[in-house]
Design a protein around this ligand. Structure first.
Ligand code: ADP
Ligand code: ASP
Ligand code: MG
Length: 856
C-alpha cells in the first residue's frame, strides 16, 4: 500500500508530448509546480512520436538495402529537434548514432535481425529522446538526474524467444534500493519501454509499454500517484479518433480501465494498470496540451457504480483459431487437450466461445507470434479436430458494470450483420465486458454505431464533454459592429434640430434585431415588449419578422390594432400589472393572450376566467438588472406570484375554472449572462410540474445591450444554445421570449444642439437643447449613454465636461465627466442607444416640448 507520506509523483509523457522542444517547456513547468509543492518528480518518457515505428521498420528496410536512408531519416528527426532547441545535437547523440549505424549495418550484413538486435535498436528511440529531454530540462533551469531505466527495470522472464526481448515484464512492488538511490534528487528523468535481462541485454516491455514503466516506477517508489500525460485529456468512452462523439470519463475503477485498455483503448498499455492497482496508487490520465483539464482518475472505486455502459473499444489485428469436429461432443477432457496445445506452443488465448461441435478462440495481436509457431500450433491441434486460422478480425467490446443488462439494445447496431458473419461472441464472467469479433473492415464502423447509439448521449456523474466539444474552436466573442449612425452621420447632421431635440431611429437596425430574435432556434414565439418604443413605423417593421407584440396596457393594445389593423389577436400578448378589472374584460373580449400577475383576479373575479386560457407570471426571486428600478423579481418586486404561493394558485385555478396554460417570469433588464433565460425556464418548468395544463414557458426579456464601448456584449448564439439545453430537458413545453430594449435601443439616437458652455468651479458644463424631459433614464436609473459631438466626431478630445439639459432640476444631467473635443454653441451632440425607453418616457416638464421622432 502506498504511504501517504511518499514525496514521489511519477509523470509519464508519451511520444507526442516529448516530440518538440516547446513541449519540454510545458513538461518543465508541470514538474516545477510539483517540486514547489514539495514533491519529488520522476519523469518517464517515450521516444519522439513516430520514431519507434521507424526503428521497428528499420530491419526490413536494411534487408531491402534501404537501411542507410532510414537511419538518416531517424537521425535527422533528432537533429531537427536539437536545432530547434538550440542544442548541440551531434555531440549529445553521438554515442547513440554510432550504435544505430552499427546495428543497421550488421543487419544488412548478416541478412537477418534477431529479437535481441531489434530490442536494442528500438531502445535507441527512448535513449535518444532521453539525451535531448535531459538537456531541455536543464535549459529550463531544472536540475534533473538522468536515470538509465535498464539499471532499474529487470526482466521478469528470460529466454531466447521474441517475447522475452520485445514484450517482457518487470516484477513489481516497492524497491527500497531504488528509493535510497534517488533520495538526493528532486527530479529524475528515466526512459519508459526499456528494461534489461540477467545478461544485461536490453529488453522491451511491448509496444506502448512506457505507461507500464511509469506504473512500475510508481510501485517501486511507493509514489502518491502516477500521471499519464498524453495527447487526449483522459480516457474516453471510445477512441476520440474513431468518433468525435466520444465522451471524457472523469473517474473509473482500475477494473474498468483495465478492461478498456485490454480491449484496445491504446491510451493505456494493458499491463500498466496492474502494478498501480496492486500498490493502491491512483492513476490520472491527462493532456499535456490542455493541462487545465482534470483528466480521468483511476482508483479502486468506480466513479459511478450504477450499471452503465462506459466505453466501446476496438482491437484490430486479432486472429481466430476455429476448431471443429464431431469428436468433441461429450468427450471428457477435449478442451484440456486442445488448451494443452496452446500452452506447449506458447500461444496465449484471449476470448473463447464453445458449442457442441465448434470451439473458437481469439489471439491478441502479438509481435512475438511468428508464422512458424502458428503452424506448429495448427499441426498440434489437427490431431484432435479440423482447424482454421482466420486472420484480420476485429474485437469490438462494450465495457461497463452490468453490461448484460443492455444487451437487448444492441439489436439495431447489429442489423448489418444479417449477411456478414459475427465470428465470435463472448461475455465476460465479471459482467464488465461483452465482445463480438467481426471482420476487420467492419470493426470500426460497428464500434462507432454501438458507441454513438448507446453512449453518445449518456448521462451520469462520470460522463464529461465529448471530444467534439473539447476541441471545438474557442468561439470568438461577439464584436460590436460599427454603429449605424457613423455611416449616416451626414444625414443625421442635415436633419439635426436647431433647438430642443430629435430622436432618430434606424429602421434597418430594428429589422435586423427583430430578425435575430425571430431566428432563435430554441424559441417558439418571440414578442416585442413594445413599451420600449411604440413608434408606429417600428411596430410595422417588427411585424414583418413574425415577432408578436407584448402589451402592458389597453393603450398599447389599441396602438398595435390601429397601426396593424389586420394583425390576428393571436399575435398580441397582454401582460398588465395591477390593472383594473375592465382591462382584463376588454382583453378577454378581444381574444388576445393574457398574462395574470397576481391571484387577485382569480380570487375576486373568477367568473371572468372560467374556462379561459391564461398565462401566470411568477416571481422566481432572482432579481437581475442594472438598477433597483429595473429589477422585476425578488422580494421587493411588485410583479408576479411568489413561488411559495403555488398551492394558493392551484386552489384558485380549481375554484375559478381557469386553464393555466403557461408560466411567465421576467427578472430584470440589462442581462448579459447567456444562461439567465435557461435558468428561469428551469425554475418555471419545475413549478409547472404541478400544473398539468401548462405547455408554455415564457422566460421574459431583459436581453442586455452594451451601455458603453467596453461593456460586455450578450452572445445571442449562446443564449440560444442554453435554451436548447432547456428544451432538451423539458421537451414538452414551448419556449417564449419577450425582449424590448434589445430590438430598439441601439437603433435610436437623440440629437440635440449645444446651447451654452459654462465653467463652474472646476466643472465644465455643456448645455443642450433638451434634457430629462426627453431622456429620463440617466436621472431615473443612473443609466449611462455614450455622448459624442457629432459635428466634430473625429476630433481629439480636449477635456472632461458634464452634459446637462435646460430643465430646472439638478438631476437634469445627461452625462457626467465625458471626454469631448473642444465644443461650441450650435454643435450637435448625439446621445446613443436611446431607442428604448427614450421618447416613450419623456414628459412636458417645465412645459418644454420633448424631442420629436424621425425614422430613417
Ligand atoms: P502516448 O504517445 O502519449 O503514449 P498513445 O498514442 O499511446 O499516446 O495513446 C493516446 C491515444 O490513445 C489517443 O490519441 C487516442 O487516439 C487513443 N485512444 C484509444 N482509445 C482511447 C480511449 N478510450 N480514450 C482515450 N484515448 C484513446
Ligand atoms: N515508444 C514506445 C512505443 O511507441 C513506447 C511508448 O511510447 O509507450 O511503443
Ligand atoms: Mg502510449
Amino acid at each position: 500500500m502506498t504511504t501517504l507520506t511518499s514525496p514521489w509523483i511519477v509523470m509519464k509523457f508519451g511520444g507526442t508530448s516529448v516530440a518538440q522542444p516547446k513541449t519540454w517547456g510545458l513538461i518543465a513547468e508541470l514538474a516545477r509546480k510539483r517540486i514547489e509543492d514539495k514533491r519529488k518528480v520522476l519523469i518517464v518518457h517515450s521516444a519522439l512520436s513516430g520514431v519507434s515505428n521507424l526503428l521497428e521498420a528499420l530491419p526490413e528496410q536494411a534487408l531491402k538495402g534501404h537501411g542507410e536512408a532510414s537511419v538518416k531519416a531517424i537521425k535527422l528527426r533528432h537533429l531537427d529537434f536539437a536545432r530547434d532547441a538550440k542544442l548541440e545535437g551531434q555531440a549529445l547523440l553521438a554515442e547513440h548514432f554510432s550504435r544505430l549505424d552499427q546495428l543497421a549495418a550488421g543487419i544488412a550484413l548478416i541478412g537477418e535481425a534477431s529479437a535481441r538486435v531489434r530490442a536494442e535498436l528500438m531502445a535507441l528511440g527512448e535513449l535518444m529522446a532521453s539525451a535531448l529531454g535531459l538537456a531541455c530540462l536543464k535549459a529550463h533551469g531544472l536540475k534533473p538526474y538522468g536515470l538509465d531505466s535498464r539499471s532499474v527495470m529487470k526482466a521478469a522472464f528470460e529466454g531466447e524467444d521474441a517475447r522475452a526481448y520485445l514484450d517482457n515484464a518487470v516484477e513489481d512492488g516497492p524497491d527500497s534500493y531504488l528509493q535510497t538511490r534517488l533520495d538526493d534528487y528532486q527530479l529524475v528523468l528515466a526512459q519508459g519501454f526499456i528494461a534489461s535481462n540477467a545478461h544485461d541485454e536490453t529488453v522491451l516491455l511491448g509496444r506502448g509499454g512506457s505507461d507500464t514503466s511509469a506504473s512500475y516506477y510508481a510501485a517501486k517508489l511507493e509514489a502518491q500517484s502516477v500521471e499519464i500525460w498524453t495527447d487526449v485529456p483522459g480516457l474516453f468512452s471510445a477512441d476520440p479518433r474513431l468518433t468525435s462523439g466520444a465522451r471524457l470519463l472523469s473517474a473509473l475503477s482500475y477494473e474498468e480501465a483495465q478492461e478498456i485498455a485490454t480491449m484496445g483503448g491504446k491510451v493505456l498499455h494493458p499491463r500498466s494498470i496492474g502494478p498501480a492497482r496492486r500498490a493502491g496508487i491512483p492513476m490520472v490520465v491527462r493532456d499535456t496540451f490542455r493541462p487545465e483539464l482534470p483528466g480521468t482518475t483511476i482508483t479502486e472505486k468506480p466513479g459511478d457504480d450504477a450499471p452503465a455502459l462506459k466505453a466501446v473499444s476496438v482491437k484490430t489485428g486479432v486472429r481466430l483459431v476455429v476448431m471443429e469436429g464431431s469428436s468433441m461432443w461429450r468427450q471428457a477432457g477435449f478442451l484440456a487437450e486442445i488448451f494443452a496445445c496452446f500452452k506447449h506452443c506458447g500461444v496465449s488465448v484471449d476470448l473463447v466461445s464453445t458449442s457442441e461441435t465448434n470451439v473458437t478462440v481469439s489471439l491478441d495481436p502479438d509481435p512475438g507470434l511468428d508464422e512458424a509457431r502458428l503452424q506448429r500450433l495448427k499441426t498440434a491441434l489437427e490431431a484432435y479436430c479440423r482447424v482454421q486460422i482466420v486472420e484480420n478480425t476485429a474485437a469490438v467490446s462494450l465495457v461497463g458494470y452490468g453490461v448484460r443488462r443492455i444487451l437487448h439494445k444492441l439489436a439495431p447496431a447489429l442489423e448489418v450483420f444479417q449477411d456478414k458473419p459475427i465470428r465470435l461472441v463472448s461475455q465476460a464472467a465479471n459482467d464488465l465486458n461483452f465482445t463480438v469479433v467481426v471482420d476487420e473492415d467492419e470493426g470500426r464502423a460497428l464500434a462507432v454505431r454501438l458507441h454513438d447509439g448507446l453512449i453518445g448521449d449518456a448521462d451520469g456523474p462520470v460522463f464529461g464533454p465529448s471530444w467534439a466539444e473539447i476541441t471545438a474552436p474557442v468561439k470568438a466573442k461577439p464584436q460590436r459592429p460599427d454603429p449605424w449612425w457613423r455611416a449616416k452621420r451626414e444625414q443625421l447632421l442635415q436633419n439635426a434640430p436647431r433647438e430642443g431635440g430629435l430622436y432618430v431611429y434606424d429602421r434597418e437596425t430594428v429589422h435586423a434585431r427583430a430578425r435575430a430574435i425571430a431566428g432563435l432556434k430554441s424559441v417558439d414565439r418571440a414578442w416585442f415588449a413594445m413599451k420600449a418604443n411604440p413608434h408606429p413605423e417600428l411596430l410595422k417593421t417588427v411585424e414583418t419578422t413574425g415577432v408578436g407584440f407584448e402589451c402592458v396596457s389597453l393603450g398599447e393594445v389599441n396602438r398595435v390594432r390601429e397601426v396593424l389593423p389586420d394583425l390576428p389577436m393571436d399575435r398580441i400578448l397582454f401582460t398588465p400589472n395591477f390593472a383594473a378589472r375592465s382591462e382584463y374584460e376588454a382583453a378577454l373580449a378581444l381574444g388576445t393572450h393574457l398574462t395574470l400577475d397576481s391571484l387577485h383576479p382569480l380570487h375576486h373575479w373568477p367568473e371572468l376566467f372560467n374556462d379561459k386560457n391564461v398565462i401566470v407570471r411568477l416571481n422566481p426571486d432572482r432579481p437581475r438588472g442594472h438598477h433597483q428600478h429595473v429589477k422585476t423579481a425578488g422580494p421587493k418586486a411588485k410583479f408576479g406570484i411568489p413561488l411559495d404561493q403555488l398551492d394558493d394558485l392551484k386552489a384558485a385555478v380549481a375554484s375559478s375554472g381557469v386553464n393555466v396554460i403557461g408560466f411567465h417570469c421576467h427578472a430584470g433588464s440589462g442581462v448579459t449572462e447567456p444562461d439567465h433565460w435557461k435558468e428561469l425556464g428551469a425554475i418555471l418548468a419545475k413549478a409547472a410540474e404541478h400544473f398539468p395544463d401548462i405547455r408554455i414557458l415564457n422566460v421574459g426579456g431583459g436581453l442586455g445591450i452594451p451601455e458603453s464601448a467596453d461593456a460586455p456584449i450578450l452572445d445571442l448564439e449562446l443564449v440560444d444554445q442554453n435554451l436548447a439545453d432547456l428544451r432538451k430537458a423539458v421537451p414538452d413545453y414551448q419556449i417564449w421570449m419577450e425582449p424590448g430594449r434589445y430590438l430598439v435601443a441601439e437603433a435610436g439616437v437623440l440629437l440635440t444642439p449645444v446651447t451654452q458652455i459654462k465653467m463652474s468651479f472646476s466643472t465644465r458644463f455643456i448645455g443642450t437643447g433638451t434634457g430629462m424631459n426627453s431622456l429620463i433614464r440617466p436621472a431615473l436609473y443612473g443609466a449611462r449613454h455614450e455622448i459624442y459631438n457629432l459635428s466634430k466626431l473625429d476630433e481629439a478630445p480636449s477635456g472632461l465636461a458634464s452634459i446637462v439639459g435646460p430643465i430646472c432640476e439638478s438631476a437634469d444631467l445627461l452625462g457626467a465627466d465625458r471626454l469631448l473635443p473642444e465644443t461650441e454653441e450650435g454643435d450637435i451632440l448625439i446621445i446613443t442607444e436611446t431607442g428604448a425607453y427614450g421618447r416613450v418616457m419623456s414628459s412636458h416638464y417645465n412645459l418644454r416640448e420633448p424631442a420629436g421622432e424621425l425614422v430613417i
